[in-house]
Design a protein around this ligand. Sequence first.
Ligand SMILES: N[C@@H](CCC(=O)N[C@@H](CS)C(=O)NCC(=O)O)C(=O)O
Length: 222
Amino acid sequence: MRLLQFSTSHYCRKARLALGYKGIEYRVENLTPGLHALKLKPLTGGLTTLPVLLPEESGQPEVVADSTRILRYLEKYAPDRSFVPEAESDRRQAWLLEDWLDESIGVATRFVYYDYRAGEGKSIDPSLSSQLVINVVRRQYKITPATVKLASERLENALFILSIWKERPYLVGNSLSVADIAASGLLSPLALLPRYRQNYPWLFDKIEEIHRQCREPLPPGF
Ligand SMILES: N[C@@H](CCC(=O)N[C@@H](CS)C(=O)NCC(=O)O)C(=O)O
């Protein structure tokens, strides 16, 4: 299999965690931001976001675009090491959390992270090229002080909900699920922000543990 990705994207990390948990062999192909759309549009029928998985196997789909679809596909492709709970109520809950983390919380993480990298956290990489990319991303996603404030309030609520992790090993049921994978990947950029490291140490312990279970190297900040 081949995973088309941006090496630093937290959505691509989510897909790699899933591939790693299933123990599937794959190669990554890093695309260049900006030029990526030219390659993706004809492959995906118009979608321009990464990750995109190319199974490259006969009898399998040619393209699986979007991290949630990739998780669903991998569960069908390799059902043995399952990350979807068996009990129906747990299954519902796991996919509900996965979708919320993907559509709302992953976006909020992006806002808070890029705002930090352009301000207080500029010293992480003050180079012109890095700051240029950060500013393009901020413009592309309309990251402004007002939208960052909303995003950080949304993250605070998310961390209240995810504090289930303080009491139980997994967000849903008794084994790792798509909810744990999504949360671990999509919140991982916060590891570079001292205020999250200080206030939510349990979050980063859990992200670290899930990366270990998924055999995925830890992101910057650990
Ligand atoms: N819901 C999508 C979101 C993916 C996403 O937002 N990817 C970003 C990188 S973190 C991207 O590819 N942006 C480029 C673009 O929008 O053209 C998924 O889960 O795959």
